[in-house]
Design a protein around this ligand. Structure first.
Ligand SMILES: *[C@@H]1O[C@H](CO)[C@@H](O)[C@H](O)[C@H]1NC(C)=O
Ligand SMILES: *[C@@H]1O[C@H](CO)[C@@H](O)[C@H](O)[C@H]1NC(C)=O
Ligand SMILES: *[C@@H]1O[C@H](CO)[C@@H](O)[C@H](O)[C@H]1NC(C)=O
Ligand SMILES: *[C@@H]1O[C@H](CO)[C@@H](O)[C@H](O)[C@H]1NC(C)=O
Ligand SMILES: *[C@@H]1O[C@H](CO)[C@@H](O)[C@H](O)[C@H]1NC(C)=O
Ligand SMILES: *[C@@H]1O[C@H](CO)[C@@H](O)[C@H](O)[C@H]1NC(C)=O
Length: 658
């Protein structure tokens, strides 16, 4: 049915073992490491060398044997460390290292009450754990009564971890490159075959271009090194270095692929693992198309939720309601009608709030809609932007969709990554190549495509995939398809990246996690449907996994917070107590279309003081946005190929412009 996705021999090897660590608070010291570590060699960690010292990055590359936490330069409430691992686990003794930037928010209880460390990954792929933890560390810590150190890291290729993947010389170049596609008005939303074919051929050519640019910029060795199987090995090395026994982990979105891969590879070291916003992980490694079909199963349900909740919120709270008698069906038809009109007559935006003056077309509306489905808390703003667009005023939608390039003034400064790092030091506003790092993970995890073959044959087959994805999921499917196209030429990265191809079955004596893995799914999630959570439980087996069902909308439980979910996770992490099978939690009130006068829409009526405090923490966590790019990082790193998916770190593919 599909053109053959070439399968190759895996280069996967079992990971290396280092001696167990013993932990001293903040300074973990353990036995000799297996591989030679030194400061990263010149040229290998390009911009570290060029920073004037003393600089935090200059000093702190540590031997694995001495994971040393020091107060982070940007905020001394957190501790930071650098940790070297082999760039290629097949040749661990090589001098080529990846130096992982780690960050930790320490437990707030006394040493005797401290229970260990919880690792967290914010999603992506390509998401920065550094940046995520800076925003969410104290909140995650609160949920678990301050009893754990909360630890995160920039995965291979990303942000402060070196060598980093960045395929454009400056952000300015990256932004121009994105705009040049954005203004092309090509997308995969329509049904006209000639236009779709033209979009496919152009997008494929751009994919080839970007793949070559990346190979020229950082080389195949680095590009192939960042796949999830290696990130899971890194996590295992970090777990050992941090000490304290088996893995405690809370992963979101793509972080569930990583977590599930970790559990499959190292079940015996898996202790308390929470996977929230669940990807059906095996498909990440077998087929981008099947993966997309699975991922889009409940996107329509979230859209319906947006529309029906707007109707019940009424004109006071939802700007799309022009009278009280509008029905959900009418509202839905109006939104799709607006999309059709924009496809024919794009809307000029002469006075944008963020980017360049630009025109809005259908792709921008659909992209803004799709990304807003991740966060019920953003629905009121989305409704407002759509209502204004109906009235011919597109600035709000341009900002939501990233049309015209958000934060242009910052990106337009033509400075290199190294200069930017030197100027800014640590702290907000640094973003370097995140989308390309994520692309290298997604494309490298999947089997390479066969790019030979007759034009009519391959275009026909690929457009067949588009049709399948779009038929199932008109909002997200076309977008996903463009991400598949983005990977079309990744097979030229050689040798083929290592991929997890081992078993997903658990349960034999040596393949048993210490505690069942907890999967958390919302009733309607635009990119990680609850069906994937159920399949993962089936795959790992009921004795090794359990599903916690949050009866809400959006991506990951944190975007539709629930005190019930948080209490279940807290009991699991702190006491090892597992919730009943079949537990369904209700989310807290006040996230969707809150009344205008309510401060953040918090309703915790009937909650105990303790629960009210927890609800407050969860609300702040939703605002901080797990898996969401912080404001100010907007579009550049996280734009889908037909534009319009800013701000959100889309799991798992939809993060780069081709
Ligand atoms: C670092 O500095 C050297 C010498 O000034 C220069 O040749 C090199 O291109 C710089 N590297 C980066 C990544 O800026
Ligand atoms: C450092 O982080 C803590 C915890 O998030 C926060 O309360 C504090 O305001 C931050 N300090 C600075 C200087 O940003
Ligand atoms: C921007 O930077 C690039 C590469 O560093 C350089 O080639 C180009 O001339 C610069 N452009 C401007 C307008 O300064
Ligand atoms: C990279 O890390 C720094 C330091 O923690 C953070 O401020 C910045 O936001 C991160 N960049 C991205 C793109 O996440
Ligand atoms: C796409 O366009 C190319 C070039 O005109 C053509 O050869 C090919 O048959 C078309 N494919 C489809 C599926 O229409
Ligand atoms: C853990 O168990 C203890 C003792 O049964 C209990 O007092 C405490 O409330 C439990 N904590 C959580 C978070 O469930």
């Amino acid at each position: 049915m599909y053109p053959v996705e070439k399968r190759e021999e895996s280069t996967t090897k079992r990971p290396f073992r280092t001696p167990r660590s013993r932990l001293i608070f903040l300074v973990a010291i353990f036995g000799a490491s297996l591989w030679h570590i030194g400061p990263p060699s010149r040229g290998f960690v390009p911009w570290i060398d060029n920073l004037s010292s003393p600089h935090p990055l200059g000093r702190s590359v540590q031997e694995n044997a001495h994971l040393q936490w020091t107060p982070c330069p940007d905020n001394s409430t957190f501790y930071c460390s650098f940790f070297a691992v082999p760039l290629d686990y097949a040749t661990p003794s090589s001098e080529d290292k990846t130096v992982i930037a780690m960050r930790m928010y320490p437990a707030t209880v006394s040493g005797s009450e401290r229970l260990g460390s919880i690792f967290t990954n914010p999603g992506g792929p390509g998401g920065s754990g550094h940046s995520g933890l800076l925003r969410t560390g104290p909140l995650l810590s609160n949920i678990f009564e301050g009893k754990f150190d909360i630890v995160s890291w920039d995965p291979r290729g990303v942000n402060m971890t070196t060598p980093r993947i960045s395929c454009h010389p400056t952000n300015f170049h990256r932004e121009l490159y994105a705009l040049s596609h954005d203004s092309g008005d090509l997308d995969f939303n329509g049904a006209d075959i000639a236009t779709l074919n033209k979009s496919l051929l152009t997008t494929s050519a751009r994919a080839k271009l970007l793949t070559e640019m990346c190979r020229d910029a950082v080389g195949d060795t680095l590009l192939r090194s960042v796949t999830t199987v290696n990130v899971a090995r890194d996590l295992e090395e970090m777990r050992k270095a941090v000490g304290g026994g088996g893995l405690h982990y809370w992963g979101f979105s793509y972080g569930t692929t990583l977590g599930a891969t970790y559990v499959a590879m190292f079940p015996e070291h898996s202790d308390k693992v929470v996977l929230d916003g669940v990807v059906y992980a095996p498909e990440q490694y077998t087929s981008l198309v099947d993966h997309g079909l699975s991922a889009g199963k409940s996107t329509n349900g979230v859209f319906d939720g947006f529309v029906s909740n707007c109707v019940s919120a009424g004109p006071e709270r939802c700007a799309l309601m022009k009278g009280t008698d509008t029905t959900a069906a009418e509202l839905s038809a109006r939104i799709w009608g607006l999309a059709s009109r924009l496809a024919i007559t794009p809307l000029p935006v002469p006075r944008p709030t963020a980017g360049m003056p630009t025109i809005l077309h259908r792709g921008h509306l659909l992209g803004a809609l799709f990304s807003a489905l991740y966060r019920p808390a953003s629905w009121a703003a989305l409704a407002e932007a759509i209502a204004r667009t109906e009235d011919g005023e597109g600035a709000a939608l341009a900002e939501l969709s990233g049309a015209g390039g958000a934060h242009w003034a910052e990106h337009a400064r033509n400075i290199t990554d190294a200069e930017r790092a030197e100027e800014a030091g640590w702290g907000p506003g640094r973003e370097m190549g995140a989308s390309e790092g994520g692309m290298a993970v997604s494309c490298g995890d999947a089997p390479p495509f066969d790019v030979d073959g007759d034009l009519a044959v391959w275009t026909g087959a690929w457009l067949g995939w588009r049709d399948q994805l779009a038929a199932l999921n008109p909002l997200g499917g076309p977008n996903w398809f463009s991400s598949v196209v983005r990977c079309r030429h990744w097979g030229s990265v050689l040798p083929s990246p290592p991929r997890y191809e081992g078993s997903w079955e658990l349960g034999g004596d040596s393949r048993k996690p210490k505690n069942p893995v907890v999967f958390v799914s919302n009733s309607y999630d635009p990119i990680t449907p609850i069906a994937s959570g159920r399949r993962m439980v089936e795959t790992f087996g009921k004795e090794n996994a359990r599903l916690l069902h949050n009866n809400g909308y959006g991506h990951c439980s944190t975007n539709h917070p629930s005190v019930c979910v948080a209490k279940a996770l807290k009991a699991y992490m702190i006491n090892g107590t597992l919730f009943e099978e079949g537990t369904v939690c209700e989310p807290d009130e006040g996230i969707m279309f809150p009344p205008k006068d309510s401060e953040g829409g918090m309703h915790a009526v009937g909650y105990s003081d303790e629960d009210r405090e927890l609800a407050h923490t969860l609300r702040l966590l939703a605002d901080a946005g797990i898996g969401i790019v912080p404001p100010g990082l907007g579009r550049t790193g996280f734009l889908s190929s037909h534009s319009a998916v800013p701000r959100i770190m889309l799991h798992p593919l939809l993060i780069a412009h081709v």
